[in-house]
Design a protein around this ligand. Structure first.
Ligand code: CMP
Length: 144
């Protein structure tokens, strides 16, 4: 069974021209792209997506940030998709993310951490469902 994860280049990453470099890193790692969509999300979707952070003091700021411009939502698939994506994205805070990771190489501060990746299989399924219609997701390709 092919595992999938949800990845989103946030508005700062899109504005800085980092969609290409981020896609390249996922392809080089060995992931297969299953769906991609560039869109500006409304506050309702941003609040639902980050629903479990509703009580955090930075929640309003986080929703402002996520709705400040287009995001690039993607589904990437392959073995251990969630864990492998988290490994190449790096720690949440770019200050702590190691060199060689996306946040370590491209980000400076937690309030602009470039990219989101699902933290579990359950989150991946939920987040994919929020952003994509089943019909628009590519089926896993035949084994090479
Ligand atoms: P992400 O991996 O998308 O998941 C939750 C997001 O909340 C995180 O990346 C950051 O963008 C944001 N976040 C987490 N902690 C903080 C914080 N202390 N201040 C501001 N934003 C935060």
């Amino acid at each position: 069974q092919v595992e999938q994860t949800f990845v989103m280049v946030k508005p700062d990453g899109v504005k800085r021209g980092l969609i290409g470099p981020i896609i390249t890193r996922f392809e080089q790692k060995g992931f297969e792209l299953a769906a991609i969509s560039l869109r500006t999300i409304d506050r309702n979707l941003a609040e639902t997506h980050y629903g479990e952070l509703k009580s955090k003091p930075f929640f309003g700021e986080l929703v402002d940030y996520l709705t400040s411009g287009p995001v690039c939502a993607m589904i990437w698939q392959g073995p251990h998709a969630v864990e492998n994506a988290r490994a190449i994205i790096g720690k949440t805070n770019p200050v702590e993310a190691g060199p060689g990771t996306i946040r370590g190489d491209f980000g400076m501060d937690i309030s602009g951490n470039i990219v989101h990746g699902s933290d579990s299989d359950a989150s991946a399924a939920r987040e994919i469902g929020l952003f994509f219609d089943r019909d628009h997701v590519a089926q896993p390709s035949a084994q090479l």
